[in-house]
Write a protein that binds this ligand. Structure first.
Ligand SMILES: NC(=O)c1ccc[n+]([C@@H]2O[C@H](COP(=O)([O-])OP(=O)(O)OC[C@H]3O[C@@H](n4cnc5c(N)ncnc54)[C@H](OP(=O)(O)O)[C@@H]3O)[C@@H](O)[C@H]2O)c1
Length: 310
């Protein structure tokens, strides 16, 4: 099969479109014929070797941990899927990914894809939407009527977070550059702060939750926006773990986990018209390097997706 793999860590030039062995689904796994693969910042971070201390990757490695496709072959013991089912998944980051014509994933990581979406849009959902869901609802326990500040509401994770928070009935404030102000409002944000012109911590106070998708100094400045007892949920490293608690705030770090039950719930919300993925750009599989350059630039709106098959 064709795949985009790396044989060494490095820049976009290490991405190779080449022949690779077709995976064989083991017990409890399914072989998916990939139609589309979502592109996420973790893809270029792994390509550069930045997660090496955390995940031991074998080389060559197929990148890409967002997939939408069709069940080609259920492995031994798999009863919940049949050949031909249209599914989506956020597979295990430690294994070969979805920049390929086929991927083997644990059946427990996959769910039926939203019926209302094509494969391109379905591949834009799992990793980012699960991250937003697990941050807002599992770590943050967001409640109706609460006030949340979501950083980077126009981004891959942020644009789901804004929609989920709105659906939950929270008051949603988000940061975005001016060109994305109407975009984030269309997703359901009550207020958009142009972070290039205004210091957000001067504009908002007494938030019940801050969802940090940027990290660094944005995270450091975010505490001021919280009420006493409020929580900062970050998907980037907490710069000073434990410090917040000394000042009466709470904090949590989230590293997204595969979760088929949550993917099924998210598919219901999408099919009910409550949430929609936004795809800014689609590239063919062999142009993965262009997709990486776009995502690594840090200013894409919504998601970037690779088209693998029609
Ligand atoms: N821990 C986990 O499990 C986990 C899971 C997913 C992602 N992540 C990490 O979370 C980060 C975000 O991921 P993503 O997929 O959402 O990224 P993304 O889609 O590449 O984010 C791009 C967006 O960020 C906005 N942005 C950039 N700088 C900003 C700033 N200072 N303030 C506000 N908005 C800003 C841009 O909007 P403008 O163009 O308007 O500036 C753009 O829309 C990445 O570092 C990723 O690796 C972690």
């Amino acid at each position: 099969m064709k795949a985009v793999r790396i044989h060494q860590f490095g820049g976009v030039e290490v991405l190779r479109y080449e022949d690779a062995p077709r995976p064989v689904p083991g017990p409890g796994e399914v072989l998916i014929r990939v139609h589309a693969a979502g592109v996420n910042p973790v893809d270029w971070k792994i390509r550069e070797g930045r997660l090496q201390g955390r995940i031991s990757h074998h080389l060559p490695l197929t990148l890409g941990w967002d997939v939408a496709g069709v069940i080609e072959q259920p492995g031994p013991g798999v009863t919940q899927f049949n050949v031909g089912d249209a599914v989506y998944a956020r597979p295990d980051l430690a294994r070969d990914g979805a920049y390929a014509e086929y991927i083997a994933v644990r059946a427990s990581e996959a769910a039926l894809k939203p019926k209302s979406l094509d494969f391109i849009h379905a591949a834009a959902v799992p990793l980012s939407a699960l991250t937003a869901w697990q941050s807002l609802f599992d770590a943050g326990d967001l409640q109706p009527g609460q006030k949340i500040l979501i950083h980077a509401g126009a981004g891959g994770v942020g644009h789901y977070a804004v929609q989920f928070a709105r659906w939950k009935g929270a008051h949603v404030v988000t940061t975005a550059s001016a060109r994305n102000a109407s975009f984030v409002r269309s997703l359901g944000a009550d207020e958009a702060i142009d972070y290039t012109a205004t210091r957000f911590e001067d504009a908002v106070r007494d938030m019940d939750m801050v969802f940090d998708t940027v990290g660094g100094e944005v995270q450091a400045r975010s505490w001021k926006a919280l009420r006493q007892g409020g929580i900062l949920v970050s998907i980037l490293a907490l710069t000073v773990p434990g410090e917040a608690e000394q000042h009466g705030w709470r904090s949590a770090y989230v590293f997204v986990q595969p979760n088929a039950a949550q993917l099924t719930r998210i598919a219901e919300l999408i099919d009910a018209g409550k949430v929609k993925p936004v795809v800014e750009n689609v590239f063919p599989l062999h142009e993965a390097a262009r997709a990486h350059a776009a995502v690594q630039g840090g200013h894409t709106r919504g998601k970037v997706v690779l088209r693998v098959a029609d």
